[in-house]
Write a protein that binds this ligand. Structure first.
Ligand SMILES: [Zn+2]
Length: 57
C-alpha cells in the first residue's frame, strides 16, 4: 500500500513507514511546523502504534 505524501506529493510506502502519512521525517516536521506556528499541541502522537486492517479497493 502506498500513500502520497501531503507535503511533497511523492508516493511512499504506508507500511513500515514511521513518518506516515509523510514520506520522511523531513516532511513530517515540515507539516508539524505548518501548524505548530499557530498552536502547538501535538505530543507523542507518533508514539501510538495503529494497526491498520482495512484494505481499500
Ligand atoms: Zn514528502
Amino acid at each position: 500500500m502506498k500513500v502520497r505524501c501531503p507535503i511533497c506529493g511523492i508516493s511512499c510506502l504506508w507500511q513500515d513507514n514511521p513518518w506516515r502519512p509523510f514520506c520522511s521525517e523531513r516532511c513530517r516536521l515540515l507539516d508539524l511546523g505548518n501548524w505548530a506556528a499557530g498552536d502547538y499541541r501535538i505530543a507523542g502522537a507518533a508514539a501510538s502504534p495503529i494497526e491498520e486492517e482495512e484494505e481499500e479497493p
